[in-house]
Write a protein that binds this ligand. Sequence first.
Ligand code: NAP
Ligand code: GLV
Ligand code: GLV
Length: 318
Amino acid sequence: MKKKVFITRSILSAGIDLMKDKGFEVEMSSIDRPLTYSELVEKARHFDALITMLGDRIDANFLEQNKHLKVISNYAVGFNNIDIEKARSLQIAIGNTPDVLTEATAEVALGLMISAARNFHSSQTSAAQGLWRCWSPTDHLGHALSNKTLGVIGFGRIGHRLAEMASAAFKMRVIYTARTLKTNSFNAEKVSMEELLKRSDFISIHVPLTSDTRKFISERELGLMKSSVVLVNTSRGEIIDQVALIRALKNKKIFAAGLDVTDPEPLPIDSELFLLSNAFILPHIGSATFEARSEMSLMAAENVIAGLEGGELKGRVV
Ligand code: NAP
Ligand code: GLV
Ligand code: GLV
């Protein structure tokens, strides 16, 4: 019997071709929305492996009802949507896609730093509203990146790559927090969270979402930051207390925020964040390049193949 793989959303074809070449039967969801939780619980019963998206909730109940699965390959590097301990206890392999999206996501973080610091959102809006009457010597003033201090919270693959870009392109000084000391070629300095919050001109968040990092940035942390700081988040929305962030942006306690991730996602259109001139919001597009998404397709498929054939997953979480 052919092994059966279900992909919960339509993905680029590289990985699908690979799995078909291996002789697997591959079905891909053709509807233009995520399956609901109960649709996915039911659907998974008929397959040996899944390729899941970061919004698919793979909790203990889902896994309990689908213990027959050999492998779940998440089409993302983050895996906070999956109950890892439960998967481990049921011996279901869990894969992810590290490295291949590092460049794409670091580019978005750098883009958000520039966009938020240089008022891209409010400037574009004012021009489109007919307020661009003449060149102005004093309108739309923002903060330079060059020679400033960048604080990276979570100096892993993406945080390190962003720091490298900022250091090379803008001669930024880099300070970071992580649980362990990291080597780097641009004199980035490991500091305490408090020191990072106080010293940074730009702060970019790159820790994974875990029980330790949920609401990592709340009222107290925002209060320690400089009023000129630009805060960027490309990790997960829940790492910031969004109510506290909105208050800080409104009261100009911080200069601006650039967010690729929000809490919840999608961000409701009536969210106050969309009304703030100092918030620059993207709809979670960090890995959305043709290059990264194609490599993610391949890597997610390779993880499925390894999981079904008893090999070692390249991106193995469990
Ligand atoms: P990574 O290489 O695992 O880096 C995570 C870093 O966070 C590590 O340096 C780790 O430090 C640090 N860390 C973990 N827990 C911490 C804690 N409690 N306190 C301080 N530091 C902590 O992961 P990555 O590949 O860079 O990805 C990071 C995250 O980005 C993913 O988890 C995902 O949520 C997000 N992401 C978003 C997009 C997007 O589209 N916006 C795309 C890709 C990824 P140690 O090494 O010392 O443990
Ligand atoms: C995207 O957010 C990812 O975790 O890959
Ligand atoms: C601006 O466009 C300048 O020429 O300084």
